[in-house]
Write a protein that binds this ligand. Structure first.
Ligand SMILES: [Zn+2]
Length: 176
């Protein structure tokens, strides 16, 4: 669960909503930022696993992006044809890009112009920093692992920092 705020653009974005058992924890964390669920303008779920989509219905006022689907104003479903070269732009500084991860339709959120430079909230495209050295992805011949490895390389090429799905934010070594 990652909160992104761009006050100049009027955006309060939550990336991933935790598991159903995280409900009180999530409400409490929002309160620490003086926010109620209805203050959240956008929710992005990086993929459909239960630990990432568990508290969706707290945010009925928000625009939702779930994997490659987008829902606005209650029941207006839109399919967005996300490709790496065709991101979904939430605002000038925030976009959603296609990144394979635990599923082939995982997405990541790219935040530009923050005080840390370009931050990519990557869901389980990068589960944790140690996942950077996952040889399986590089050596496997499966199409899925190849897609995942290619998209990870693209994230590594643009990110100064990565917020992984299950671990601490880490800095990307630019010499990579
Ligand atoms: Zn996960």
């Amino acid at each position: 669960m990652t909160l992104v705020r761009s006050q100049s653009e009027g955006i309060t974005l939550l990336v991933d909503t935790g598991s159903p058992w995280d409900r009180q924890f999530l409400i409490q964390k929002l309160q620490e930022h003086e926010l109620q669920p209805q203050d959240v303008t956008h929710v992005v779920c990086t993929h459909g696993h239960v630990d990432h989509v568990g508290n969706f219905n707290l945010f009925t006022m928000a625009t939702h992006v779930v994997s490659h689907d987008m829902v606005k104003d209650g029941d207006k479903y839109t399919l967005h044809e996300l490709r790496h070269d065709n991101p979904f732009q939430i605002s000038k500084s925030i976009s959603v890009i296609a990144t394979a991860g635990q599923t082939s339709r995982d997405v990541s959120v790219v935040v530009r112009g923050s005080d840390k430079g370009v931050v990519v909230i990557a869901g389980d495209s990068f589960e944790c920093e140690a996942h950077l050295h996952d040889d399986k992805l590089c050596k496997s011949k499966s199409d899925f692992h190849r897609l995942h490895a290619t998209r990870r390389d693209k994230v590594l090429a643009i990110a100064d920092w990565i917020v992984p799905g299950h671990g601490k934010m880490f800095k990307v070594n630019q010499r990579r």
